[in-house]
Structure formats: structure tokens, C-alpha cells
Design a protein. Structure first.
Length: 508
């Protein structure tokens, strides 16, 4: 998402006008070329070759802040008043940030729930009813003051609360479900406290199952709240927009690239077509590959997960959005936001019986779980999500996005096979404009884009690119890596690597 607006900064002439698919592609390829280090031999160190100029530490936060800097320069010919407000707030903040950068949180409310939880943590943890009441208020505050912000903070803080998800199993154990421990009625009230939604009796919310776990869990939450909430200082207008307006920021991106006066059907059709090609590739791979039954089951489950991620998030034009959810109120930073803006999105999904909302241990964020053909989404799910590709990109720059959530060799093998098949059947290869010459074809660019996505979104970029590419014959063939090169495929070294499938899926 954040990268998209950065692309505009590379093409100053784009401000104030519609961005065509051709301009999108030109900006994207310019950014790709800037991130490469062509002085490195790709077969010796492909990560450095493909992504050596963006660094291998996560740059997500930097990209978001940099993207926010162009908010005041991006022009929307037809804007809802709420969208103008974000830009107006940014402009006013730049003019006088002393009055327009308020405290990020209502510190009195945060202190109250922290003190309440600390009192419980000082007990034995035996009183389950009291825990549920206190825990509900804590979750309400975390959700109310920014589910995007807190899920990211919990993840980056390094604090590891008790895990409720066994490795390879993304379901909450029955003994940890609120309904099992406390009954449906009490947990329906808990759901109402957290989300502000009536009638969500099928919510699955994690509760530590015994007194010792509840005491330890409460202690860890108190420490997190004290360390990460009470001392938040906003130092710039860009940071203000980034932290206070995450959900509107996504809406801005959607409206810019897919404005209401142009049909979204073309966009939906393209996403569906790519996802269908991905799904077909997986089915064909499973049909001939010698895989264990457990691996096949895992493939089917993960396929459903990734297709859900790309297809099910609601994307509406302004009129359709307003019919179901009302006008976005971007003038209130976080306070009661889930009641006024996000709550209708959750209710819409609930009424259509599409989702159940669940909480896992708080360090696990944005997980999607499938159980009995029902979808569960943890409370930190950003209700509006922008797919990591857009209209102007050709297939070779789109398909790598399907690999990134998994970051495993088999995910790459499956996706690459689907990519090659899709290109061969459905479209001529799109000619990539300069600075890429004929020496880099669509298959080269697939791997370059993949390495850049991984390096941008993950701290372990070197290791993950190595794991995905090192034992993949198609990469070695594409770049003509020979024996002795670090990235040359060696069958003996790679025996059995393909069974390592999707060890931990996380929508980041």
C-alpha cells in the first residue's frame, strides 16, 4: 500500500492528474531499478543484486511515513468531504503543528484500564468473571484507539504474551475459548464490549484457561500498556497522519486508483482472474507432485486462506460505501472510531454471515482462520485492506505477491508454475519500459520483484530469499547459474526441501 504513493514521488508530473496504467508501470519499474545493485552477480548474491539498495531491514514504517508526505500534493477531482478533511488536517498541521498534534491516546482512560488490570494481576487469577470484565475493557481500548497501531506495536515490541496457537494449527483450543470457559451469554457481552456489536454469539475469543495463566497474561498486558501507551509523542505531521488515520489512508489509496466515476468491475475482474490462475496452478501442482496427505491438506487450507485475503475484503466506491457504512468521519482521531466507522463494517460482515471475529494471543496479529467452513478474523483485522497490486502492473510484477505471506519454497514453486501457465495461456508478455532492457525478461523480473517484496516487508530478507530461491531450479535456469555459484540449484543439497510448506501464515 505505502509503496504506491511513493511511486508518485518518483514522477513529479503525476500530481494533480489521473495516473494511467502506463504511468503506474513506469513509476513501479523506476522504483524497482533504483532498489537494485547491478554491480553484484545475481548467482552469487541474488538478494543484494535484486534489493541491495533498499536495505534488508523492514522499511514498512519508513515507507508509510514517506507516503504520508505526499498526501497534501495528491489531487482528487471528485472528493467526499471526509477525504478532503484528511488533507486539510495535514495542511493545517504543516502550518502550525503545535496545536494540531494532540496526544495520541486518552491517557486517563488508558490509565484506568491499566490500573484495573494491574489490580487483577495482583490476585491469584482465580476469578474468571472478573477477568472477563477487565479483559473486555482492555481489548475495547486497544481496538478503539487503533487496531492497526496496536497490532503493529505488539508485533514490533518483542513482547511475547502466552501463545494460544500451536505451531501449524491456527485454531484456538476449545479449552481456551470464552464460550467453553464462561458460556455463550457472558461471551456475547464480551464481544459487545470489545466491538460494540449486538448478537455476535458465535465470536471466538481467547481466554487463559487457568488462574496461573490469567495472572501471567494480565501481568504481561499491564507491562505492555505501561511501556507502549503512556509515552507516545507525535513528532511530525507525517507521523500524525500515519498513526491517527490508518483506515482512511487506505480509503484514500482506493479512491485514488479506482475512483468512483470509473467502474470497479475491471479491478474486481482482474483480481479474480489472477487469483483463479493461482488456484488452478495449485490444483495442478498437487495432482502430480508426490506430497504427503498432510501437506496436501495444508495446501488446500492455505489456498483458501490466501484467496480469502485477496478476494473478500470489501472494496466500494463512495456511493456504495456510504449506503452500508455511512460517511467516514476522519475528524475524530481514534476516539470511539470503531463505533462510528469500523463497527458498521463488522456488522455488515456479520449480517451476511461471512465472518466470525476472534482474538488470539495479542502478539499474533491479522491471522485468518478457517474452521467448519466459517471464517474467523482476529480483532486487529484492518477492515479495509488494499491488495498489494494494482491495475497498471503486468503479471510478472503481480504474482510474486502471492508468495510473500508464506515466504517458503513450495509457495514459490506453486505460484511460479501458475504464473508461467497464466502468461502462456492468457496474455502476451507485457514489454517492460526502460530502465530494463532485453537482458531481463518477464521471468527475471518475477524473481527481482519477489526479492524486493520480501526485503521490504521482512527483517529476515536474506534468509527468506535464500530459502525461496536457492533450491528452485527455475531460478537457476532463468539466471543461468552454474555449478559453484551460491544460488546454483544442487539437487543433493535440496533433497526434501519442498515439504516445508507455509510454516506460519500471517497477513502483515
Amino acid at each position: 500500500m505505502a509503496t504506491i504513493l511513493i511511486l508518485l514521488a518518483l514522477c513529479g508530473g503525476l500530481y494533480g492528474q489521473r495516473v494511467t496504467p502506463e504511468q503506474q508501470l513506469k513509476a513501479e519499474t523506476a522504483l524497482m531499478a533504483k532498489r537494485m545493485n547491478r554491480n553484484v552477480e545475481p548467482c552469487e548474491n541474488f538478494t543484494a543484486f535484486a534489493a541491495g539498495n533498499i536495505g534488508l531491514a523492514s522499511t514498512r514504517a519508513v515507507n508509510i511515513i514517506e507516503s504520508a508526505k505526499v498526501l497534501s500534493r495528491v489531487h482528487f477531482p471528485t472528493q467526499a468531504s471526509s477525504l478532503k478533511t484528511v488533507k486539510d488536517v495535514y495542511k493545517a498541521c504543516k502550518a502550525d503543528n503545535s496545536t494540531l498534534i494532540p496526544p495520541l491516546f486518552n491517557t486517563t482512560e488508558i490509565k484506568n484500564v491499566t490500573d484495573e488490570l494491574a489490580k487483577y494481576a495482583a490476585t491469584s487469577g482465580a476469578d474468571l468473571t472478573s477477568f472477563i470484565k477487565v479483559y473486555g475493557n482492555v481489548l475495547r481500548v486497544l481496538f478503539n484507539y487503533g487496531h492497526d497501531y496496536f497490532s503493529e506495536k505488539l508485533f514490533l515490541s518483542g513482547i511475547r504474551l502466552p501463545s494460544v496457537i500451536a505451531k501449524g494449527n491456527l485454531t484456538i483450543p476449545k479449552e481456551n475459548e470464552c464460550k467453553t470457559l464462561a458460556g455463550v451469554a457472558l461471551c456475547a457481552n464480551l464481544t459487545k464490549t470489545v466491538f460494540g456489536i449486538d448478537g455476535c454469539t458465535n465470536a471466538t475469543i481467547y481466554i487463559p484457561k487457568n488462574a496461573a495463566e490469567r495472572k501471567n497474561y494480565s501481568t504481561a498486558l499491564v507491562q505492555f500498556l505501561k511501556n507502549n501507551v503512556t509515552a507516545q509523542n507525535l513528532t511530525s505531521c507525517e507521523e500524525y497522519i500515519w498513526k491517527v488515520y490508518p483506515i482512511y489512508y487506505k480509503k484514500l489509496l482506493i479512491d485514488f486508483y479506482f475512483p468512483s466515476e470509473r467502474s470497479l468491475k475491471r479491478f474486481h475482474d482482474k483480481i479474480l482472474a489472477y487469483a483463479t490462475g493461482f488456484n488452478i496452478g495449485i490444483k495442478e501442482f498437487v495432482s502430480f507432485a508426490e506430497l504427503s496427505n498432510s501437506t496436501v491438506d495444508e495446501i488446500n487450507k492455505r489456498t483458501k486462506t490466501v484467496l480469502f485475503h485477496f478476494l473478500s475484503h470489501p472494496v466500494f466506491d463512495d456511493t456504495e460505501f456510504a449506503k452500508s457504512f455511512g460517511t467516514l468521519n476522519s475528524t475524530e482521531p481514534y476516539y470511539n472510531r470503531h463505533i462510528n466507522n469500523i463497527k458498521p463494517l463488522l456488522e455488515w460482515n456479520l449480517k451476511k454471515n461471512l465472518t466470525r471475529f476472534a482474538t488470539f494471543s495479542l502478539e499474533e496479529h491479522n491471522h485468518v482462520v478457517f474452521e467448519a467452513d466459517r471464517t474467523e478474523i482476529h480483532f486487529g483485522w484492518p477492515a479495509l485492506s488494499y491488495p498489494n497490486f494494482y491495475e497498471g502492473l503486468p503479471t510478472q510484477l503481480v504474482f510474486p505477491n502471492f508468495v510473500v505471506p508464506f515466504k517458503t519454497l513450495l509457495a514459490n514453486e506453486i505460484t511460479y508454475a501458475a504464473f508461467v501457465k497464466w502468461v502462456g495461456i492468457n496474455e502476451a508478455v507485457t514489454q517492460i519500459p526502460a530502465p530494463f532492457g532485453p537482458e531481463l525478461n518477464h521471468e527475471h523480473l518475477y524473481f527481482i520483484k519477489l526479492a524486493q517484496l520480501i526485503a521490504e516487508n521482512n527483517d529476515n530478507g536474506v534468509e527468506d530469499v535464500w530459502n525461496i530461491i536457492r533450491c528452485f531450479p527455475a531460478f537457476s535456469d532463468t539466471f543461468k547459474c552454474t555449478h559453484g555459484n551460491d544460488f546454483h540449484y544442487d539437487r543433493r543439497d535440496c533433497q526434501g526441501k519442498s515439504e516445508s510448506l507455509f510454516p506460519s501464515y500471517e497477513i502483515a
